[in-house]
Design a protein around this ligand. Structure first.
Ligand SMILES: CC(C)(COP(=O)(O)OP(=O)(O)OC[C@H]1O[C@@H](n2cnc3c(N)ncnc32)[C@H](O)[C@@H]1OP(=O)(O)O)[C@@H](O)C(=O)NCCC(=O)NCCS
Length: 211
């Protein structure tokens, strides 16, 4: 079996303000650039969400997990935590190199972490339903099961709190095919399709998962 990247799910308070915005912008970058008319304004909602998270760490911020890998610099010294992701390559070699670095870092007991994704949730309709919110993995780390593990971790927290079911919404836009597949892989089923969302050309898909 291929190597599974070691990840940790950490609180947002371990990372500086701007981390949530940075992760969302990177993960949605191609959509925001290629479809600015409908999706460009999402950047502002990402910034507003980042502010909410860091202004309210005990409430909104407590419903966010930051997925992180051990970080070291090329020299082998401790790396940077938080948003220090700018050097990653776009062809995936960065991710493979980082996997090796992560293993070395873990063996060396390195305790600094680099954010590569996030998952969020809204428990306010609990215990009837827990809603999975923003979730993303930066491009270099996509397609390796990390998105699925993030959602599974949120579902684990819902179950632990005795929630009856989980719900999540996404778009029919082709950009969201990985998200649709990810929710199906986590056990969600499609329960509805409706209009709405930022892009009127595509419907909104509602998924549900009873526990
Ligand atoms: C959705 C997202 C979080 C998935 O993260 P990921 O780490 O790549 O996901 P996984 O590796 O766990 O793969 C999940 C599923 O997506 C599929 N997938 C991954 N990349 C894909 C791609 N480029 N094209 C088609 N399917 C893809 C995987 O095959 C898997 O489906 P399977 O279980 O049927 O094989 C990530 O693509 C992302 O950040 N997208 C942009 C933001 C977004 O759409 N967030 C969700 C909002 S509702």
């Amino acid at each position: 079996m291929s190597d599974v990247i070691e990840v940790r799910f950490l609180p947002t308070t371990d990372f500086p303000p701007g981390t949530v915005l940075d992760l969302l912008e990177r993960s949605y970058d191609s959509l925001l650039r290629e479809e600015p008319r409908y999706w460009g304004p999402e950047r502002e909602s990402f910034a507003a969400f980042d502010k909410e998270v860091y202004d309210h760490p005990a409430t909104v911020g407590a419903c966010v997990l930051v997925t992180a890998i051990p970080a070291v610099t090329a020299s082998g010294a401790n790396g940077i935590a938080g948003t220090g992701n700018r050097g990653a390559s776009s062809d995936g070699t960065g991710a493979r190199a980082d996997a090796a670095v992560a293993a070395a870092a873990a063996a060396a007991g390195v305790t600094r972490w680099r954010a590569i994704g996030l998952g969020t949730w809204d428990p306010r309709q609990g215990p009837a339903v827990g809603i999975v919110g923003h979730n993303c993995v930066i491009p270099d780390y996509q397609g390796q099961g990390i998105g699925r593990r993030q959602v599974q971790e949120i579902l684990r927290r819902f179950r632990q709190r005795g929630f009856a079911r989980a719900a999540v919404t996404t778009s029919e836009h082709p950009f969201f095919v990985p998200a649709q597949r990810m929710y199906a892989a986590c056990g969600f089923t499609l329960v509805g399709r409706r209009s709405g969302g930022p892009d009127p050309r595509y419907g909104v898909l509602d998924f549900a998962l009873p526990f």
